[in-house]
Design a protein around this ligand. Structure first.
Ligand code: IMP
Ligand code: MG
Length: 184
């Protein structure tokens, strides 16, 4: 059943079930996150590091709400094509060119699910000797058994459903939706 007459059925398509977080709700929360991050980093060099592709819309809205100097870079992690690989090193398809050593790194992720992606990235980023390392996740499912580093900043606690939109995809579709919806 379609629950929102101005949502999924207009731009998303028939696979979408319901809007979970609408545009206004997301914008308000992102503004709060921006203020929290601004307050948390009083000194030093801040590098906002977006994990592609899922973080690209969230990151672009978030950085416009952070009122202090910062730099932006991205990284692309390879999953070796297997969802079930646990542990092991993460391979980067794109490695940030920006120097990480000594900087305050804020790793921006779309959603924390099992935490596998983040756990491997945290180990890798720590090996680059940043001044500090924190995670900002738009969504947190709170199902991970073990997180190397609990996100310091979280947009929303997510329901267990598979979510799309605002950067999140299903088979590369739906990333462009301005709201977050659940799949049928
Ligand atoms: P993790 O390594 O299991 O925490 O998975 C994190 C990645 O899986 C995210 O960066 C997303 O790309 C993807 N993912 C996990 N849950 C969802 C979801 O509900 N919708 C879309 N992508 C998801
Ligand atoms: Mg994905």
């Amino acid at each position: 059943m379609l629950l929102n007459t101005t949502g999924p059925e207009q731009t998303g398509g028939p696979e979408l079930a319901a809007t979970v977080f609408d545009e206004d709700t997301i914008a308000a929360r992102v503004a709060v996150l921006g203020r929290e991050i601004t307050a948390a980093y009083q000194a030093g060099d801040l590098l906002v590091l977006g994990l592609l592709k899922g973080s690209f819309i969230f990151l672009s809205d978030l950085v416009r709400r952070i009122e202090r100097p910062l730099q932006i870079d991205f990284l692309v992690a390879a999953s070796y094509g297997a969802e079930t690989i646990s542990g092991g090193a993460v391979r980067l398809l794109y490695d940030p060119e920006t120097e990480l050593r000594g900087k305050h790194i804020l790793l921006v992720e779309d959603i924390v699910d099992t935490g596998r992606t983040l756990n491997r990235l945290v180990a890798l980023l720590r090996s680059r000797a940043p001044g500090s390392l924190n995670i900002c996740a738009l969504l947190h499912k709170h199902v991970a058994e073990h997180l190397e580093l609990e996100p310091a900043f979280v947009g929303f606690d997510a329901p267990p459903n598979f979510l799309v939109g605002y950067g999140l995809d299903h088979a590369e579709n739906y990333r462009h939706l301005p709201y977050i919806a659940s799949l049928r």
